[in-house]
Every structure is written in structure tokens, then in C-alpha cells.
Design a protein. Structure first.
Length: 390
């Protein structure tokens, strides 16, 4: 039999095994699709909106009510209740009923008219980091707008024109240009990394488990003989169905993100599809390497795959910047496929730069693909001698 025929024979054997074990199809098809649907539905509005907040208006004047209406008009803030005192609002925030509250003390309007610089304050619950941060931004904006509005009215009363008043209030006009994600969409920020990260975790676990069950059920010698006593042929034929299925899942993910949802993709969809396929192969190769490194010990290999997949979310750099980490962690981040996926994704989809800008990450991905060649001799020994130990 030729190498092609042997791989084809093992390929058919794997498909028959998948048909008898629904768990495989769940991990390779159902779980990835559910992840894409779940996260895109969860963040379909881009940012959380209408976050519950409260107001304590002890001043109760026309100006203070204007401030309250200004805050309530902000998209991310929903003033659900007015509290009679600071203590009541604080208790409501501790109970988790609101994420923040705005406090306008008595005499605010009187002091503002008299130019005595009254103080208004707001409190946010940073135990809920996203909600607290978004409400802090809104309430800070409302506070500054309220102060500027009072200043403007004072200047009008002194006879200043609108142009003169605005020149005093805002002498410098500031323009902001968020690059890569101009709408500040949380879906763009998180989904493009969380979903591929889950895919990578599933790929590594499926790889180590699929290989390990050959030893668990004592079929490793039969597989080895079917592969013509070639470890490379045995692994290639065994993992090829997974490569195809997971690559299709990455393509499905890219189509959903860049064609249906319209996420930024300046490079076009094809470079992202190629990146997805390379990521599948690199993740499988890493799983093969870990399994071979520990001479067929499936439990150890799966534990390490789980650990590597979970740590990759922290060390990829999309939440906490890698450059701000310790030098040891910066070096360690190079050992995670998700880190290089993230750098290539930013370079291609968000910035549309030539791939030469991230040549180091491309080289790292290719190194992951070549890792199995380091442990092929150990696989030969494992196929011939190793016995599964429950």
C-alpha cells in the first residue's frame, strides 16, 4: 500500500469511530458553533447599555434636574431610581441593585450662581469592573458637561456671545480617533480572540484524547501496522479528519465575524482563513508534541493541554499588555499559539499591514507545526512497548 492509501484507510477508520462516539462530533462541531453563536449574541450591541444607576438629588432645583436628565440620556446609563439620601443609595449599591449613583448635595445651584465652586460626586462599584468603568466614564462626562453648562450660563449673563463663551469654556478642541476598532465594540475586541482561544483549547484536548484512546483500548499496535509502521503516517491519518472539521469551524467563524457581523477586516477574509487553518495545524502539532513528550501518558498530556489553553487567555496580551508583564512572562508568552494568532490578527484584520510586520509570529507558528518531528522516535517506542496505565 502507498502512503496515500494508508492515510486514506486510517482516515476512514477515524470517521467510523466518530460515528460511534457522539462526543467527538460535539467537541469538533457542536461546541465551536455554540461558542460562536453564544458570544456573538451576548455582545451583539457592541457595548453593555442601560446599566442601572441611581441618583441622590438633595438640591432639587431646575439645574440639578437638568443634570439628572443629562445623565439619563447617556446610552450606557439608566437612572432606575432616585434615593432620598446618600446612605440609601450606598446600601442599594452594596445590595447589587445599582452599579453606581450620582450625588448632588443641597445648595449646589446656589453655590454655582455665587461662583463658590460646589462639589458634585459620583460613586461606582468597581467590583464589577466593566459596568463600573463604563458608568464612571458616563458620569464623569456628565459631571464635566454640567460644570461647563453652568459656566456658559454665567458668561451669557455677563453679556458674552456664544462664540466668546465657547472659546473660554473649550479653548482647545480635542479629536479622538480609536484605530482598529473605531466603534469601541466589545464584540470586536473580545470575540476575535476568545472564540479562537476556545477553539485552540478544544483542538489540543481532542488531539491528545484521540491519540490516547488507542493505548487505552489497546489498539495502538493495530494502528501502527495499518500505517506501515510509520508514526508520521499513523498520526497524519488519525488527525486529518479533525484538521478538516476544525478548519471548517474556523472558516465558519470568519464568515460570521467578517461577512455577516461586519467586524473590521482590512486584509480581506482570505488571510484570516489561512491563519485559522495554520492555527488548527499548529495546535494539533502542539498536542501531538505534549503527548509524545510524556510517552503516551494521556492524562498528563490532557492536563497540560488544558493548562496551556487556559493560560493562553492571560498571556495572549489582548486584555493585559504583554509588554507590561515581567520579562519571564514576556518570554513565556512566545510558547502559546494564541499569542501569535492575536498578533497576526491585529496586523492583518485591524491594521491591514504586510505580513512581514509580524514575521516572528509567523515563524513561531511554523515552529509549532514542526514540533511533532522532535518526538516521532518516542512515538515509535510508545507504539511498540507502552501499555496504558489507568
Amino acid at each position: 500500500m502507498t502512503v496515500y492509501q494508508r492515510i486514506k484507510s486510517i482516515f476512514g477508520r477515524e470517521l467510523r469511530m466518530y460515528s460511534r462516539r457522539p462526543l467527538f462530533m460535539f467537541c469538533m462541531v457542536v461546541a465551536p458553533v455554540l461558542c460562536v453563536v453564544f458570544f456573538t449574541t451576548l455582545m451583539n450591541k457592541g457595548l453593555p447599555t442601560a446599566l442601572p444607576a441611581g441618583i441622590v438629588d438633595e438640591d432639587n432645583t431646575n439645574i440639578s434636574r437638568t443634570i439628572v436628565r443629562t445623565i439619563d440620556a447617556l446610552e450606557e446609563t439608566d437612572m432606575i431610581r432616585s434615593y432620598p439620601s446618600f446612605g440609601e443609595a450606598r446600601k442599594a449599591m452594596l445590595r447589587g441593585e445599582i452599579y453606581a449613583f450620582f450625588y448632588i448635595p443641597s445648595g449646589t445651584t446656589e453655590q454655582a450662581i455665587a461662583n463658590r465652586q460646589p462639589k458634585i460626586s459620583f460613586y461606582t462599584n468597581e467590583a464589577y469592573f466593566v459596568a463600573g468603568s463604563l458608568l464612571m466614564k458616563d458620569l464623569r462626562t456628565a459631571s464635566e458637561l454640567s460644570g461647563l453648562a453652568l459656566t456658559r450660563e454665567t458668561l451669557y449673563a455677563k453679556g458674552a456671545t456664544e462664540a466668546d463663551a465657547m472659546a473660554i469654556i473649550r479653548p482647545i478642541t480635542v479629536e479622538t480617533h480609536p484605530i482598529g476598532n473605531p466603534t469601541l465594540d466589545y464584540g470586536v475586541y473580545l470575540n476575535n480572540i476568545i472564540v479562537p482561544g476556545i477553539f485552540i483549547l478544544l483542538i489540543m484536548l481532542s488531539t491528545s484524547y484521540t491519540i490516547g484512546i488507542e493505548w487505552k483500548y489497546g489498539n495502538q499496535k493495530r494502528l501502527y501496522a495499518l500505517a506501515g509502521e510509520s508514526s508520521a503516517v499513523a498520526l497524519a491519518g488519525k488527525l486529518l479528519p479533525q484538521t478538516i472539521l476544525f478548519s471548517l469551524m474556523f472558516i465558519f467563524c470568519d464568515v460570521c465575524f467578517y461577512k455577516i457581523l461586519g467586524y473590521p477586516c482590512r486584509s480581506g477574509i482570505w488571510p484570516m482563513i489561512v491563519l485559522g487553518i495554520v492555527t488548527v495545524v499548529a495546535s494539533q502539532a502542539f498536542g501531538v508534541f505534549l503527548f509524545g513528550l510524556f510517552t503516551g501518558q494521556m492524562r498528563v498530556a490532557m492536563c497540560l493541554c488544558s493548562l496551556w489553553g487556559i493560560l493562553s487567555f492571560s498571556l495572549a496580551g489582548f486584555t493585559y499588555p504583554v509588554m507590561a508583564m515581567s520579562p519571564v512572562l514576556q518570554w513565556l508568552s512566545w510558547l502559546f499559539p494564541l499569542r501569535h494568532y492575536y498578533l497576526i490578527y491585529v496586523n492583518q484584520a485591524l491594521n491591514g499591514n504586510p505580513v512581514t510586520y509580524v514575521w516572528a509570529s509567523v515563524a513561531a507558528m511554523l515552529c509549532f507545526v514542526l514540533l511533532p518531528f522532535l518526538v516521532l522516535p518516542k512515538y515509535r517506542s510508545a507504539f511498540l512497548k507502552y501499555k496504558y496505565q489507568p
